[in-house]
Design a binder for this molecule. Structure first.
Ligand SMILES: O=P(O)(O)OC[C@H]1O[C@H](OP(=O)(O)OP(=O)(O)O)[C@H](O)[C@@H]1O
Ligand SMILES: Nc1ncnc2[nH]cnc12
Length: 184
């Protein structure tokens, strides 16, 4: 694929890095879903460092804590937080956190779920960068950004490796900022 056909908010080289490492899996986890499998990118040291460095560079100095969305978002959020020297907060699927402050039920491309955030998530005034692997319908992101706001966090940005633009996630998030390394 030539670089000028690959678009993303961190430039064509970063978009190409993601595009080269993602594997499409048909009919997973349900018939009709084209699943974007990013585990090969996670498993490749150079590519993984490349996407983490691109995220940190984009938001340098603009966040105090990173939120990761269970489960794939955890992999990215922890690495971004470590590279930036911040802490990391886990937004978890229902029933996993011992001290739940807020919960949000939502639908995603292939199901429904409930996400929860802890009482201990943020200190007052903290600027929060939310990280996930894929933005599809935006149900997960909408619920997560809502939880961040309800827990008192100030949204610094929402970043994903891949945005599936044809599913309308960005529109669903309204004026909340979305940064996608690769847009499909
Ligand atoms: O935009 P949406 O339609 O809401 O879909 C995007 C979400 O779907 C996936 O998570 P999933 O719930 O499959 O969890 P996992 O990371 O545990 O596999 C992905 O990691 C995003 O969080
Ligand atoms: N098509 C897809 N591929 C990977 N993760 C997803 N989450 C929601 N839709 C997805």
């Amino acid at each position: 694929m030539t670089n000028d056909l690959i678009q993303g908010d961190s430039g064509p080289a970063t978009a190409a890095l993601v595009a080269d490492m993602v594997v499409d899996v048909a009919d997973f986890p349900k018939t009709g879903v084209l699943f974007k499998d990013l585990t090969p990118l996670f498993a490749d040291g150079k590519a993984f460092r490349g996407v983490i460095d691109a995220i940190v560079a984009q938001y340098a100095g603009e966040f105090d804590v990173v939120v990761g969305v269970e489960a794939r978002g955890f992999v990215l959020a922890a690495a971004v937080a470590y590279a930036a020297g911040t802490g990391v907060v886990a937004v978890r699927k229902a029933g996993k956190l011992p001290r739940v402050a807020h919960a949000a039920t939502y639908s995603l491309e292939y199901g429904t779920a409930t996400l929860e955030i802890s009482e201990a998530a943020f200190t007052p005034g903290q600027r929060v960068l939310v990280v996930d692997d894929v933005l599809a319908t935006g149900g997960t992101a909408d619920a997560t950004l809502d939880l961040v706001q309800r827990a008192g966090g100030i949204l610094a940005g929402f970043v994903v490796l891949i945005e599936l633009g044809f599913l309308g996630g960005r529109e669903r998030l309204g004026d909340r900022p979305v940064h996608a390394l690769l847009r499909i």
